[in-house]
Design a protein around this ligand. Sequence first.
Ligand code: 8ID
Ligand code: ZN
Ligand code: ZN
Length: 354
Amino acid sequence: MGSMDIPTEQWAQVIEKTGGPVEYKKIPVPKPGPDEVLVNIKYTGVCHTDLHALNGDWPLATKLPLVGGHEGAGVVVARGDLVKDVEIGDHAGVKWLNGSCLACDFCMQADEPLCPKPQLSGYTVDGSFQQYCIAKAAHVARIPKDVALDAIAPVLCAGITVYKGLKESGARPGESVAIVGAGGGLGSLAQQYAKAMGLKVIAIDTGDEKSKMCLEQLGADSFVDFAKSKDVVQEVKNATPDGLGPHAVLLVAVSEKPFQQAAEYVRPRGTVVCIGLPANAFLKAPVFESVIKMITIKGSYVGNRKDGAEAIEFFRRGLIKAPFKVVGLSELQMVYDKMIRGEIAGRYVLDTSR
Ligand code: 8ID
Ligand code: ZN
Ligand code: ZN
């Protein structure tokens, strides 16, 4: 195993029991297995998924104790004996899919997020809310050295996921996409990817700060405030030139209501892509309209290694600029408190050195 100077102890945010709290404390630095690398995490984004994991929102248990986090960007400091294509000193990203079997039907056709035996960062294995994190070499994101590690962190989950979701929507340049939850971490990046892909954007979220960010910074063509609007469905349809609604809808909100509403405003032949994962939520759509409008409703889950590389390349080319705030790793609980109140416009990124 090749390595640089690595301490034996490090700072981490640890969940001892589901429901929290998260505890900022020192834990041992893990050692990579033969097919793994150890990444010295410099910056790590905070995704709403980390909060779902803390709260036990989903019908899938987490490991305990657990170090959360899956948008970790840093430097490779050690590697196992079998790792040949990642060098010590390379910049790498720890994504949600920490590893997969690479041998099942899905892995073989590059659908590795569907692997029945995945390792999930910050969920079934320890993630990036620590200074040194392990990931399978085959799966770490390759980050070019000219890319800033703080700004790329949110791309490692939020960016890849919305880029994949936009591809899954089938929307083509010149068409419109509604982004529901536009003011959040995934939503803000989704607007930038949509613009870069030549799509018109209808941003849906609430509040003046998010509205201003979407319209002035992220390039949304219109903004619908779901809390103030008297008729969200009509307002979204009216935001398209012919009043027939957007060609695609990207659902990245963390509440059930919009998942039951999107089928009503999506354009005939349009596609509703479900990405957000609110607790205990169900999809609902009127059968009559769904049939006579010939709509498609589908789920989309992170992205494969190629989607990841493409999403990073969009960023490297300067096409993706979404706002983020940097605070110390020690301040994770503050970020969760703001997230619970829906007060985060864009993304928070943690600096693991403080
Ligand atoms: O692979 C996947 N499918 C995947 C990957 C990554 C994240 C799924 N996710 C899931 C997360 O687990 C979470 O459930 O996507 C969801 C969004 O994650 P996020 O962007 O990190 O969350 P956020 O920053 O809190 O943003 C959520 C936004 O939704 C808005 C809020 O105001 C906030 O800005 N929102 C809500 I809550 N209700 C809304 C509504 N009715 C709404 N926006 C529009 N209409
Ligand atoms: Zn995530
Ligand atoms: Zn597999």
